[in-house]
Structure formats: C-alpha cells, structure tokens
Ligand binder design. Sequence first.
Ligand SMILES: [Cu+2]
Length: 183
Amino acid sequence: MQYSILMLFFVLAALLVGIFLYVFLSSRQSNGQLTGMANALQKRFWFVLILFSILAIFASVTIPKSPYFLFSGEQPSKVVYVAARQFYYVMSYQAIDPASPTGESSIELNTNELVEFRVTSLDVNHGFAIYSPHNELIAQTQAMPGYVNRLRWKFSEPGLYTVYCLEYCGMAHQAMKTTITVK
Ligand SMILES: [Cu+2]
C-alpha cells in the first residue's frame, strides 16, 4: 500500500516534469534567438525544475516514514481501551461502558509487544499523546466523541511513560494526564 502510493507519487512527479519540458521546448523560438522575455522564462523554468526536484527528494524520503500504515500488517498482542474525559483518562484491557466508565488503576505493558490503543472521548475533543521517560513525544492520536481512533505502538524501552492531552479541552486541560508502565 505504502509502496504503491510512493510509486504513484513518482509517476505523477515524472508526468509533471514531462509537461514542463514539453511546454518549455515547444515554446522556444525556432531561430534559437532568445529575447529578453524568453531568457527570463528559461530561468524561471530551471528554477521551477530545481525546486520540484528538491521537493521530490524531500517527499520520497519523508513519505515512507509517515505513520499512517505503521504496524498495519501485524496483529496486536494487546488492546488497551482509552476513554478521555474532562479532565482524566480511563484505561482498561476490556471495552469501556460509556454509561459507567471504569478502568485499571495502572496499565502495564511489555517491551516489543504490539499494543493497540482504542481511543475515544466521553465529552469534548481531547488528545492522547504518549511521552517517553525522557519526555519525548513518541505517538499520539485524538480522542473524539463518537469515534474510536486506533493507535498502534511497540514500546522499545522499559520505563514510566506519561500520557498528556494535546487538545485544549477546558480549564484543567494542563492537569489532564496519566501514566503507562512498560516492563
Ligand atoms: Cu486537554
């Protein structure tokens, strides 16, 4: 899937460069004499060509690193249900009943196991952002009422991870957090 999207991108990029070349070559004067205006157009052509080439290199390096299909071919070994609420999280290994949301007092996960977080909200939009023990943001998704967002992650390092809300959700937004222990 990811590979075919990348291929499609390259085909479209090649097509675009081809169109530019065609327009440039077919608009050249037949006697080869470049007027002032044509000279400016030629400079612009090379500027656009180089710009597109740089953008194509950047895109081909960064697009395969996009997280959209991360671990999509694997079966998660653990599912953690998350319900966000003003101003706390409920996390459970079982599906959470919105009418009476109850969860575990602490969530413990193992290193190198594929975990799928199924994240929703019981009131307004919240964030579910996982920070490493070194306080680096490693994975995140939104918690939205009426939707379940799946976030898959493999923790590579044991330690205490902190979950923060990244979506301004009300007066106590900054206090909204929980922790995940990875063994
Ligand atoms: Cu918030």
